[in-house]
Design a binder for this molecule. Sequence first.
Ligand SMILES: Nc1ncnc2c1ncn2[C@@H]1O[C@H](COP(=O)(O)OP(=O)(O)OP(=O)(O)O)[C@@H](O)[C@H]1O
Length: 348
Amino acid sequence: MTMRLSSVRKTFGSHAALDDVSLEIDTGDFFVVLGPSGCGKSTLLRAIAGLEPIDSGDIHLAGTQVAGKGLHQPPEARNVGVVFQSYALWPHMSVRQNVAFPLETAKRAGTYVTARTNNCLETVELTPFADRKPADLSGGQRQRVALARCLAQGAKTVLMDEPLANLDPHLRSAMEAELAEFHKKSGSTTLFITHDQREAMALADKVALMWDGKVLQADTPEGLYDRPVNERVAGFIGRSTILSGEILAVRGERALVSLAGHAVEIPCPQDTEIGMARIIVRPEHVRTTGEDRDLETVVDRVTYRGGFWEANVRLDGQEQAVLVNIPHKAAAGDSLAISIDGGWVLPA
Ligand SMILES: Nc1ncnc2c1ncn2[C@@H]1O[C@H](COP(=O)(O)OP(=O)(O)OP(=O)(O)O)[C@@H](O)[C@H]1O
């Protein structure tokens, strides 16, 4: 385990920016903290880096306690590399000097500094730009300088605070691929912060979804999407509809559910009980073709999504409209027969 946070709390005035946060991050993982603006992501990163003292709880890095009751190790003693959204490069230094700087201040031998700097510049493919100043680089290239500098330090733990937020969408996805490659090559444990769920899903081994200072769920991207622990997680990750259904029978982690009078078998948490429950249904669980389309719905609204239309359809007795992807345009008021062949029973 590289990072362990136990019941960490940090308040600003009466507001808890971190409210009893516990997390375990394995060595070598690419761990993403995802959440809306103001939920406490940056405070979490700053607490781990040593830039923000915590009120209570404790933090261990690589088996050593770095924060806790009466203990606050300063950032330089924690051996973590931090990459901020703003890159924080020195404008008067060349790319090479920026990367070499932390090694020089650590008083490493000149030959080592040169070799290591060259190697890190090679890793992020910036060798041809080594003598340029940051001002003469694109945003993505500047980002790579910041990564190379972090890599040069040899930090086995890397913390990144929205490092791609300033980039245009095209460069963003190119940098995502580079980040994944960087992570693989360096073997570092990475904690990456973002409010962009697509980015989180694309990069993460594990994702912690934060909300109002709390971690709602820490799981694999698939776990978060397929088995959300509550309605808030279900609503934040991907598109979904919450329906009410009646659990008729449970066998292991499968439940037979009655939805609008039709039985469907779907996955459920282990301790699911017979009775009424909330069911999350995603567009890919809804079919508009095939023999078994026995749920009659009425189209409420249709939105073109590029290549297909997303329809909100009304199902008798349900508060929320069901989201369905359809291959052709439909109009409000049209009737549409559907079948539901998947979903997830939300924990009670
Ligand atoms: N130094 C501070 N003094 C007072 N309140 C603060 C301070 N730093 C953060 N906060 C508050 O703590 C909460 C969490 O802030 P934080 O910066 O961690 O959120 P975030 O999830 O990183 O947000 P964003 O995505 O907008 O950067 C916010 O309500 C914020 O206003």
